[in-house]
Structure formats: structure tokens, C-alpha cells
Design a binder for this molecule. Structure first.
Ligand code: F6P
Length: 489
């Protein structure tokens, strides 16, 4: 407890997100602890372990309630007890309305500028408000001296103003919005859009991955909230006697960790095992795509471009294998089930049309691949294809780059991914809807001179190393670090 007491008496850090960094599940051998995958939770856990504090999140493991104290808290990670995880419990109906409903049938398509996919139900809005209140109440209950509260993502847009109303001005509230922010003309279509903005204006700082999303957010505040004053030059909003800073800082990946893991024997062996299991010919070049099965990721469009590529370039049949790892996601929502079916059908069609007895053009797997295997495959691949229709940032592009050791690989990157603002100059840009251009860029990647390929990858690696995860966390927690006179042992 000494560590925690000391942390609390400095400035206390409270992280708030929908997903949790650890979940407890019941197995035959007792309760086991898992680390769910996800850029956000994996990225923030090391900072929490260093700084201590409290993380408030939805407890979605089947044995989470068996390990908490009477205040729904447990110390994590096991053995280390570095920080407190406080669980929020959600009923099936809460999950249906707050998570699948308002968060993923309204805010997700809205922010990715897919207004046609929005399915708004008033009762989902009511439940979203109620669950945001529950998160806010947990934060208020946990808060002691001058906390720094760091909210994440679109599930929690209303919580900041609720916390602000209860905590005095010494609290620092900040929010990182991990998905795009749309232009005003798109944003305005959703009911309660003003209330969502007012909820976020409870923060002192709001972060986005790229400058464009900041500008879009400021335009929405300017148009929708008459009492807010936008200072465009300083990227700041004056509202209710406070100044709210809006800043762009793209999230990074843990470059040194990836480099250490990718050079391990295990990563190499696992990648080789995958290639053998899927009968990928030794001499074939390999392209790879790794995505959640989401309609924003542009997987059907990518498969169209590949079919066009094999059609237009018969000399590449048998010589290029495309590996697509697509993890099932949010399947309770019809739009997600539709994209799953479309992708399965498109893969079968390509394999039937172009495949031979000893070559499968598209190796498709929905299995969760271990981190070692994934990094090993990135290192082995000649090309990565990251072609979302729209994406807040896309960490796969950066992981692929960080996993290169010889620079002998190319990245195809959609101009609609936030990551393009960071990496676009040295990647091969594609437009996911332009099948012919997409297909000819696959050919460019494969036929590029080794010198050009190495030069581009070397530049990309420089950018990714300079913007790694550590510097993202540091820049977001500078308020906290600056205020710490004595760091916990
Ligand atoms: O990109 C936004 C985000 O919420 C990430 O933070 C998260 O890793 C991803 O979407 C997965 O979403 P979900 O929690 O719905 O599985």
C-alpha cells in the first residue's frame, strides 16, 4: 500500500476506458488472468505500472466479480500489484444499448463518416447517459487530491462534464479520442450532438491522432455551442470560464519491445510454422493484412483489388500469396455480420478462380494469432496492405514497420487512414475505392527496386521510432509528471 499512498498524495492518475487491461476468467484449474488485446489497453498498462493509480473500466470477464473487494477493486497485474483496477458492471441490456447500441451503431459510424449505417434508438441514448454516469460516479469515488483523469474514446463522451461538475478546478481532466472526428455537416445529423459536445467540454485537454480531426472538432464546437469561444490560432476553446486545449498527437507503438520480440527464435519459428501449415510456397512473395472485421477497414475493396491484380498480371499467379488475418468483432450488429460474409465469399471466389493444387492466392484466417506469430509474419512479409475506407490512425501500419529488420519490405497505405498523415510520404498511397490504381500499386510494391524499397522503409522506421508509444504517453501525462516531486519507488 505504501506505493499507492504515495501516489495518491502526489497527483493521482485515474485512467477511464470502456475496455479493461486485465480480465479474470473461470477455467478448470481455477481463475485465470488474461490480457485482452487492443492498442489502447496494451499501450497504457506499462504507464500505469510505472505511475500507479486507478483504472476504471467495464468488467467483462466471467470471474471478474470473484476477485474484487467490496468497492469493486482489484490490484493488478497479478504478483506485481502496481495499480488498482475498478470494475463497472454492465447487464446484458446495458451492453446491448450502451456498447452495441449508442457507441457502435451511432458514434462509430458517425465519426467514421458512414451516416447511412447509423441506427439511432432513443432508449440506447438513455442507457449511454446512464452508463456514463456510472463511470463518472466511480471516478468521483476514486478521486482524492487533485487527480489527473484520463478518459479514452467515444464510449465516454458524457462522463467528463459529469466529473467536472463534482470535482473542483484542481482536477485535470483530459480525453483521447481514438477514432476520427467528422466534419460538422456529417456530425450534425445525429440527435443530441450538442449534448455530446458539452460532455466533452468538461475536459481541460482533448487529444486526437491528426490535425484534421482537431479542426473538425473545433468547427463543430464553433457551430453548435454558442457560448463557447474558439481560438483557432491557439487551438483552444474558452467555455464556462475555462480554457480547453485541443491537440493532435498520433499514438505510437512500443518500437524497442517489438524489435526485441521480432528477432527472437520463437517469432521466426512461429512464422515458419504458419507458412508451412498454410502451404505457402517457399518461393512465393507474401503480402499481409491484419484487421478487425469492420466495414471501415476496406477488406472487400482490398480483395477486389487483388482479384483485379491476378487478372491483369497472370505472371504473378503462383508467385504472390496474400495472408489476411481478420478478427471477428461486434458481430451482434448486422453491418458487421454482413462484412464477415462478404469477405468469406470474396476469398472463396478468388481462391476458386485463380488457385491451383499447390497455390492458394488468399490465405484467410480469423483465428487470433499470437503476438510472436504476428510479428514473425510481419518480418517475413514483402508487403503490408493497410487500406481502410476510414481509420482514426491504424497501429498495424506502425507495427509492421517496427517489425522490419532488413528494411526489405513495402507498405501500401490508404490515404484515408490517420496514419497516412504521419507515414504517407514514404508509403505507397492507395485509394481503397480505385480498384485499378490499387491493383497497379500492388504491382509497384512487388517490382520496386531493392534500393528504393530499403530507402522508403528506412525513412518509415525513423518516423515510427521517433513517435513511439513512450513519447505519446509522456506527452499526454506531462501535467502529471511535472507535478510529481517525488516519484514512487
Ligand atoms: O479504435 C477505437 C477502439 O475503441 C480501440 O480503442 C479498440 O482497440 C478498438 O476500437 C476495438 O474495439 P472494441 O473495444 O469494440 O472491440
Amino acid at each position: 500500500w505504501e506505493r499507492h499512498t504515495q501516489t495518491v498524495s502526489d497527483n493521482q492518475l485515474i485512467v477511464v476506458s470502456n475496455r479493461q487491461p486485465y480480465r479474470h476468467t473461470e477455467t478448470e484449474s481455477g481463475i485465470e488472468v488474461e490480457r485482452p488485446t487492443g492498442g489502447l489497453t496494451e499501450g497504457l498498462d506499462p504507464a500505469m505500472r510505472e505511475l500507479g493509480g486507478t483504472w476504471v473500466a467495464w468488467g467483462d470477464g466471467d470471474a471478474d466479480d470473484a476477485v474484487v473487494d467490496s468497492n469493486d477493486r482489484v490490484l493488478v497485474p497479478p504478483e506485481e500489484d502496481a495499480y488498482t483496477l475498478r470494475r463497472i458492471w454492465l447487464s446484458d441490456e446495458d451492453v446491448d444499448r450502451y456498447y452495441y447500441g449508442l457507441s457502435n451503431r451511432v458514434l462509430w459510424p458517425l465519426c467514421h463518416s458512414f451516416p447511412g449505417k447509423i441506427e439511432y434508438r432513443g432508449s440506447d441514448w438513455d442507457r449511454y447517459k446512464q452508463i456514463n454516469e456510472e463511470f463518472a460516479n466511480a471516478v468521483i469515488a476514486e478521486a482524492s487530491d487533485d487527480p489527473v483523469v484520463w478518459f479514452h474514446d467515444y464510449h465516454l463522451a458524457l462522463a467528463p462534464s459529469l466529473v467536472r461538475a463534482q470535482l473542483d478546478t484542481q482536477a485535470t481532466l483530459q480525453h483521447f479520442w481514438h477514432i476520427p472526428w467528422p466534419v460538422w455537416d456529417v456530425y450534425r445529423v445525429v440527435p443530441n450532438s450538442h449534448t455530446l459536445l458539452r460532455g466533452l467540454l468538461g475536459n481541460d485537454r482533448i487529444g486526437f491522432h491528426v490535425h484534421r480531426y482537431c479542426q473538425n472538432f473545433l468547427s463543430c464546437v464553433d457551430a453548435a455551442i454558442p457560448e463557447a469561444n474558439v481560438d483557432w490560432e491557439r487551438q483552444c476553446i474558452r467555455y464556462q470560464g475555462r480554457a480547453i486545449t485541443v491537440e493532435s498527437i498520433p499514438m505510437g507503438v512500443p518500437v524497442e519491445d517489438i524489435q526485441a520480440e521480432v528477432t527472437s527464435e520463437d517469432a521466426r519459428a512461429q512464422a515458419a510454422e504458419f507458412e508451412a501449415d498454410h502451404a505457402i510456397p517457399d518461393e512465393a512473395r507474401v503480402a499481409i493484412g491484419v484487421d478487425r472485421l469492420d466495414y471501415t477497414k476496406g477488406i472487400p475493396e482490398r480483395l477486389d483489388a487483388l482479384a483485379h491484380f491476378f487478372d491483369a498480371n497472370p505472371e504473378w499467379r503462383g508467385k504472390l500469396t496474400y495472408v489476411q488475418n481478420a478478427s471477428e468483432s461486434r458481430s451482434r450488429i448486422p453491418a458487421y455480420r454482413e462484412v464477415q460474409e462478404t469477405v468469406t465469399d470474396a476469398v472463396s471466389e478468388i481462391n476458386e478462380q485463380y488457385g491451383t493444387d499447390d497455390w492458394t492466392p488468399v490465405v484467410y484466417t480469423t483465428k487470433r494469432l499470437s503476438r510472436q506469430k504476428l510479428l514473425g509474419l510481419y518480418n517475413e512479409a514483402d508487403v503490408a496492405i493497410v487500406s481502410p475506407i476510414r481509420d482514426g490512425l491504424n497501429l498495424v501500419a506502425q507495427e509492421f514497420i517496427a517489425a522490419q529488420t532488413s528494411n526489405d519490405a513495402a507498405l501500401l497505405l490508404s490515404s484515408n487512414a490517420g496514419a497516412h498523415d504521419l507515414l504517407g510520404q514514404h508509403a505507397l498511397t492507395i485509394d481503397p475505392h480505385d480498384t485499378r490504381q490499387f491493383s497497379s500499386t500492388i504491382e509497384t510494391a512487388l517490382c520496386m527496386s531493392p534500393h528504393d524499397r530499403r530507402q522508403r522503409m528506412g525513412d518509415l522506421r525513423g518516423i515510427v521510432a521517433q513517435n513511439d508509444l513512450q513519447q505519446w504517453v509522456d506527452s499526454q501525462l506531462d501535467v502529471l509528471r511535472a507535478s510529481r516531486q517525488v516519484r514512487p519507488e
